[in-house]
Design a protein. Structure first.
Length: 622
């Protein structure tokens, strides 16, 4: 077995539980009824050519072997057409019975894939492109639908119809006709498989270029403002077009190869049909067969052509469907990096005291991030983590949230190792206000309610009031129903942060993480947001990851990280007296803040027409 065939078999085995769901006896019953109906449909389909042949004999006066009530040509014509209508009716009934089974399979596998993507680690999602992932799921869902439908609704009936037709030809015309038909079928199937296997490589190339083009398009649109800032619309269009050019070439080859496949199939069918009809024509001339027999063999061969075409079509569609869902199953095979232990219990929060015990961590073994970090955040207290960029500050919040597991030491809440408790209970106990707040493209109310999905409208309004954003929302034409736009881009940075604070207030967690929650804001907005954050952190165990030191001066303890190690720790005043790294950072930020204040004063004076002299003039605009 080739590797490609092994992959196909594995994928089909993976699909079996969704085609025959063990937990849905009603769907199994539908499958059984659909199979019974298709058997009846195929029997009626096989009988219909006989009515056509008998009608032909009746018209030529050779129908003496038929019952008297069937001899009338009009009766036979009506019977022939009635049989065709019944065959179609049974086929449609079969499709209707099976529709729910197919759609259930599509829904289940799509849901499983979506959930699995959310279970994968942050590391995985940082390495993947969102546009590419969405395309993989979209194609996979379509592929599942095609495979489920063609496996049950067309694969089984096609084989059954072919078997019945082969038996009828043998019984009605003899072994030589069956031999010709058998050679025709073997040649047809061999050619179809070879051509389809050749085409599947082209299909994969087309899928890869389609994924790449979609990834570039989504990435470019998500960074719409950046594209505009640098005037790189042409460059983005060129990158997208380069991917689409590859897709165009692959798609063209797909359709060209399909034309060759269809031509070859028709050629093989044409030779087989011609051979059988020549034999029948000679038999008619010898008086061994009637005109009705000649018509019958033609009708039967045309009838065989239908399931043969379906065999090629089914094989082609299943292979293409498999190519489409290969990546989806590959995603499902990606193991979740962070999982709950089999005996994991829910986190029991009493005091919500946090402890990092000699924690070491690395994203890559060659580049350690944390090197023996050891500190405690007492219950109800605020501890701040500061330090230069790259010191490992944000890594600490990710370890507490258990986006990653420590490589050494342990992280505990109330003495419970976060690796020993369920992730759901851990994250339920922690609230996060991140540096870059990304909102859903929904209403403000939806984004605040995300903190606790069963919250009432009154509770949402109270949370907004505590986050100091309620009055602003009330000034909007649609109030809390206002859409915030893609990633919340219709709101300012300060407004987005207040929404993030409001949903954290609504969640009411015992542990709070503020991960550089104000570093992206101007000084004035930062002060407004800081007052809301101070209110939220009251009586909560709070870990502050800070870039701007002015936001942590009231922390019960400040820990200074440098190079993944704790360089200093103490209160604000103690660290200033130590005149170390923290003091130098404080001095540089004070200078920057004073420069910003002078610049603001100069701009205000300039707006009033006042000329500024002296050092402050260095900060005049332009």
């Amino acid at each position: 077995m080739s590797a490609d065939e092994g992959s196909t078999l594995t994928t089909l085995i993976n699909l079996r539980p969704y085609i025959w769901p063990s937990d849905r006896p009603d769907l199994k019953a539908r499958v059984v009824w659909a199979l019974l109906v298709l058997v009846v449909a195929k029997v009626v389909t096989v009988l219909s050519p006989y009515f056509f042949a008998w009608a032909s004999d009746a018209l030529t006066g050779e129908a003496g072997y038929l019952p008297a009530w069937l001899v009338a040509p009009m009766a036979l014509v009506l019977a022939y057409n009635a049989a065709r209508v019944l065959a179609v009716a049974f086929n449609q009934l079969r499709d209707a019975l099976f529709a729910q089974v197919g759609q259930h399979a599509v829904r289940q596998l799509a849901q499983i894939t979506f959930r699995h993507l959310h279970e994968l680690s942050l590391r995985f999602h940082l390495q993947r492109r969102t546009g590419g992932l969405s395309r993989v799921i979209e194609r996979g869902v379509k592929g599942i639908e095609a495979i489920v439908r063609f496996t049950i609704l067309n694969g089984i009936p096609t084989i059954l119809e072919f078997a019945i037709m082969a038996g009828v030809i043998w019984w009605q015309f003899g072994f030589e006709y069956l031999a010709i038909v058998a050679v025709m079928i073997v040649a047809y199937v061999w050619y179809t498989i070879k051509a389809s296997n050749w085409r599947i490589g082209i299909r994969r190339e087309m899928n890869a270029s389609d994924t790449d083009a979609n990834s570039k398009a989504i990435d470019s649109l998500l960074n719409f403002e950046t594209v505009k800032y640098f005037g790189n619309e042409r460059m983005e269009a060129a990158r997208f077009d380069a991917s689409m050019a590859t897709y165009e070439r692959a798609a063209t080859r797909v359709w060209t190869s399909l034309a060759w496949l269809n031509f070859g199939q028709s050629f093989i069918l044409g030779i087989g049909t011609a051979a059988c009809m020549i034999l029948s024509a000679l038999a008619v001339q010898r008086g061994e067969q009637t005109i009705g027999d000649f018509v019958l063999i033609n009708a039967l061969l045309m009838q065989i052509a239908i399931p043969l075409n379906f065999i090629g079509f089914i094989y082609r569609e299943i292979r293409q469907g498999l190519a489409d869902i290969e990546e989806m199953f590959a995603l499902l095979r990606v193991p979740a990096e962070i999982t709950d232990k089999p005996d994991a219990a829910a986190l029991q929060v009493q005091d919500a005291a946090i402890r990092f015990e000699n924690v070491t961590f690395h994203y890559d073994e060659s580049r350690p991030i944390l090197k023996g970090v050891d500190f405690e955040v007492p219950a109800g207290k605020t501890v701040a983590i500061v330090g230069p960029s790259g010191a490992g500050k944000s890594t600490i919040s990710r370890l507490l949230f258990r986006f990653y597991d420590v490589t050494g030491g342990r992280v505990t809440i109330d003495g419970q190792d976060v690796r020993d408790v369920t992730q759901a209970s851990l994250r339920e106990a922690i609230g996060m206000v991140p540096q870059d707040t990304v909102l859903f493209n929904e209403s403000i109310a939806y984004n605040i309610r995300y903190g606790r999905v069963n919250a009432t409208d009154a509770e949402i309004r109270e949370a907004a009031r505590m986050a100091q954003i309620h009055d602003f929302i009330e000034t909007l034409p649609e109030g809390f129903a206002t859409e915030v736009g893609e990633r919340g881009l219709k709101l300012s940075g300060g407004e987005k942060q207040r929404v993030a604070i409001a949903r954290t207030i609504l969640k009411a967690p015992p542990v709070l993480i503020l991960d550089e929650a104000t570093s992206a804001l101007d000084t004035h907005t930062e002060r407004e947001i800081q007052s809301a954050l101070d209110h939220v952190s009251q009586n909560r165990t709070t870990l502050v990851i800070a870039h701007r030191l002015s936001t942590v001066v009231n922390a019960h303890q400040i820990i200074v990280l440098e190079g993944g190690r704790i360089a200093e720790r103490g209160t604000h005043s103690e660290l200033l007296e130590a005149n170390g790294l923290y003091a130098s950072m404080w001095a540089r930020q004070r200078e920057a803040d004073e420069a910003e204040e002078r610049l603001r004063a100069v701009r205000a004076a300039d707006a009033q027409g006042i000329v500024v002299r002296g050092p402050s003039a260095d900060y005049l605009p332009g």
